[in-house]
Design a protein around this ligand. Structure first.
Ligand SMILES: Cc1cc2nc3c(=O)[nH]c(=O)nc-3n(C[C@H](O)[C@H](O)[C@H](O)COP(=O)(O)O)c2cc1C
Length: 334
């Protein structure tokens, strides 16, 4: 048989895609695995980085600086490629964790959910590259002014915490690109090569993805959660915590409906905060009880059909984007 079939995107490395983000981070494809609280540890980070993207270890869910040090060392044993550590600001004092990561030699730091300025300064002092997760032009400008090397901007479709404006990725990305000089990563609703290509077309220089990477073999999440993501449609996600000023997108469930009803009924803040405490997320994420918990998920569940190795996701996206580029070029006759 003549060898005309395209090589499997999973067996050979698709062509590199170069942007300022890949050059800054030293990676082959501008695909960043989001920091995923309780889900993204060494196995996932290493699998993504080994495939040419950027993996991240999320500190949320780890046991203090010593737990983080152990996870960083484990990741190093699994990959010689760059990876990042992701810090949600504001919940706990992250200084001891940040110091541990920098001391372990991690030189890519991602910050989210708070004022990153003091941490950006510290990272700058040791030459660590920084990525700040924002939602829209105003926050991106602040991150840039604080010294961030890159921002990711997450739109309404995204899984987990999003901005308060209901602005979609399609609108938010070009507005953010226009607002800052540093490279922008598009986030929210991206799960395949077409999404990567669209992000590049909007002026982004890469993508940051959460939900797609939860539904991978290496993600530290219960199989029932992963399977539910692969089965779900976009309308199976709902926004909770709007009344707390911190909207977050989750898979719909009886428990998510109870939270929504409590928000609607004007339940006092303390009672609401108790309903969304970390244990209730862990019950589904780690325990697989999706009825009596809430688990984060974005609308891109509608683009996910299967739980796969994370490296396949990265390589397939790169191959799809390259193929899509060829298709688009053909639309413009020479
Ligand atoms: C399970 C889960 C946990 C998350 N935890 C974090 C986190 O700890 N830190 C962070 O920066 N973003 C977190 N996010 C947001 C993701 O990094 C990413 O911005 C978001 O998922 C993008 O939308 P997508 O799900 O449509 O790809 C989380 C998202 C999910 C789905």
């Amino acid at each position: 048989m003549p060898d005309t079939a395209p090589a499997s995107p999973l067996s050979t490395a698709p062509p590199a895609i170069e942007t300022r983000v890949t050059r800054l981070l030293g990676i082959r494809y501008p695909i960043v695995q989001g920091g995923l609280a309780r889900v993204a540890f060494a196995d996932l980070a290493a699998a993504v980085s080994n495939a040419g993207g950027l993996g991240q270890i999320a500190v949320a869910g780890l046991d203090g600086p010593e737990g983080l040090r152990a996870e960083i060392r484990r990741c190093r044993s699994l990959t010689d490629k760059p990876f990042a550590v992701n810090f949600p600001i504001g919940r706990t004092d992250i200084w001891p964790l940040l110091d541990a990561a920098l001391d372990e030699g991690v030189r890519i730091i991602a910050l989210t959910a708070g004022n990153p300025a003091p941490y950006l300064k510290r990272c700058g002092e040791v030459g660590a590259k920084t990525l700040v997760l924002t939602a829209g032009p105003e926050l991106a400008r602040k991150a840039e002014a604080g010294g961030a090397d890159m921002v990711a901007t997450v739109g309404f479709e995204g899984g987990g915490h999003i901005g308060r404006t209901d602005e979609t990725t399609m609108v938010m990305v070009p507005r953010t690109v226009a607002a800052v000089k540093i490279p922008v990563l598009a986030s929210g609703g991206i799960a395949n090569g077409a999404g990567l290509l669209a992000a590049l077309a909007l002026g982004a220089e890469g993508v940051e993805m959460g939900t797609r990477f939860v539904a991978t073999r290496e993600a530290h999440a219960h199989d029932a959660y992963k399977a539910a993501l692969a089965a779900a449609q976009p309308a199976d996600t709902v926004l909770i915590k709007r009344s707390l000023g911190m909207p977050g997108r989750v898979l719909n469930s009886p428990y998510a409906q109870r939270i929504l009803a409590a928000e609607h009924d004007g339940t006092p803040r303390e009672a609401l905060v108790a309903m969304i405490r970390g244990e209730m997320n862990a019950l589904g994420t780690d325990g697989g009880d999706l009825e009596n918990s809430y688990v984060w998920a974005g609308q891109c569940v509608g683009l996910i059909d299967a739980v796969e190795p994370a490296g396949h996701v990265v390589r397939r996206m790169a191959a799809e984007a390259a193929e899509g580029m060829r298709r688009l070029r053909a639309l413009v006759p020479a």
